[in-house]
Design a protein around this ligand. Structure first.
Ligand SMILES: [Mg+2]
Length: 365
């Protein structure tokens, strides 16, 4: 379950502490073959509060020159902003964007691939800013549903709010086809986004499969439609826990809605390229970040510390060697150190982050 990590708010801290060696690179000669990947919410933070001892635990890892990065299914902001938010919340410096893997970080290389092609960006919060930071041509080749509806209000006849980008007529005769839909983050106006995405997936016939301006023709409801644009989703979580006591629908639920709406049109279910934990692509990306940080890829152990068995533990267990899953009891999992998750048992269960770090230091010492 994706938890509160996307909703971390700034809090006031009286004292800022700097990690020793915060700007020093770990040299290849003394590089640690142990590395650590940390989930954020439920491990390092709980909502807007730091888990007790979290800053000290991170300092211990730095002192021992054990490379560590953060991997969260949260997003909607740039890696830089997320790192700043975490520093502010922990009251520390020295956590930079190069240690931060968000749910949509694996979309970064897609900017190169789709640089000359039109794509549809889906997501609330700072989705446009995130896409721009990855290199997408936001507002022009990479457009939002709001831009489309601003130009063509008949697509969705209700007011578009919170859109400062210019209108884009994707039905213009010389408009390039939309070739991919990228769901960066939990969208706000589901009705508008669902309509825009399903429009984009439809084709007039097999002959036109591969893309055409949005809204040209329709398949009707005869179940012969062919998916003509790639669909990428950055987060599989159906539910997530916010301030409200009952979990809220997440990006995974949005994709389920898309599948349901596509069903009468398509001859087969929508193909979705999934990112986010527990998918392998996320764990590969985390290892790449660690390698860049450590300046080697010769890891004996990579410990994934997480609170969510279905995301953190399952992903690490599936990744195999050298990954090891450590489940902490300060978030989604509340079973205690004497137990383990039945469906996705962790390699080790620890009470909290400080205990998990001490345990890693003992094992790697
Ligand atoms: Mg978590």
């Amino acid at each position: 379950m994706w938890t509160r990590s996307g909703h971390v708010r700034h809090s006031v801290h009286c004292v800022r502490r700097v990690f020793p060696g915060a700007t020093r690179q770990i040299g290849a000669r003394n590089a640690s073959r142990t590395a650590v990947v940390l989930d954020i919410d439920g491990v390092v933070t709980r909502g807007a509060t730091a888990v007790p001892g979290a800053a000290e635990a991170l300092r211990r890892l730095r002192q021992q020159q054990i490379p560590f990065v953060f991997m969260t299914n949260g997003g909607g902001v740039t890696e830089k902003k997320k790192a700043e938010e975490l520093c502010s919340l922990l009251g520390v410096d020295g956590i930079d964007a190069d240690r931060m893997l968000l749910s949509h970080t694996p979309f970064r290389p897609l900017a190169e691939r789709f640089r000359e092609k039109r794509v549809l960006l889906v997501g609330s919060k700072d989705t446009a800013e995130v896409a721009e930071s990855y290199g997408f041509d936001v507002g022009n080749m990479a457009v939002t549903s709001s831009q489309i509806v601003k130009a063509l209000p008949e697509i969705y006849p209700w007011p578009v709010t919170h859109c400062t980008l210019p209108p884009v007529d994707v039905n213009a005769a010389d408009a390039p086809p939309i070739e991919a839909v990228l769901i960066f983050y939990w969208p706000s106006d589901w009705a508008m986004e669902l309509q825009a995405v399903v429009d984009d997936m439809q084709v007039v016939s097999d002959v036109l499969a591969g893309g055409r301006p949005l809204g040209v023709g329709t398949t009707g409801t005869n179940g012969t439609g062919v998916q003509c644009a790639e669909l990428w989703s950055s987060n599989p979580d159906f539910l997530w826990q916010a301030g409200y006591p009952v979990p809220r629908f997440g990006t995974g639920a949005f994709v389920e809605c898309l599948q349901a709406l596509w069903k009468p049109f398509g001859r087969s279910p929508l193909e979705v390229q999934e990112c986010g934990k527990p998918y392998a692509v996320q764990f590969q990306a985390a290892r790449k970040l660690l390698s860049q940080l450590a300046q080697h890829d010769d890891f004996e152990r990579i410990y994934m510390i997480g609170d969510n068995p279905a995301a953190d533990v399952r992903g690490a267990n599936s990744a195999g060697d050298p990954w090891r899953s450590i489940l902490v009891c300060t978030g989604v999992y509340q079973g205690g150190v004497g137990s383990n998750d039945k469906e996705d048992p962790a390699w080790r269960v620890e009470e909290n982050l400080p205990d998990a770090v001490e345990s890693i230091l003992r094992m790697s010492g």
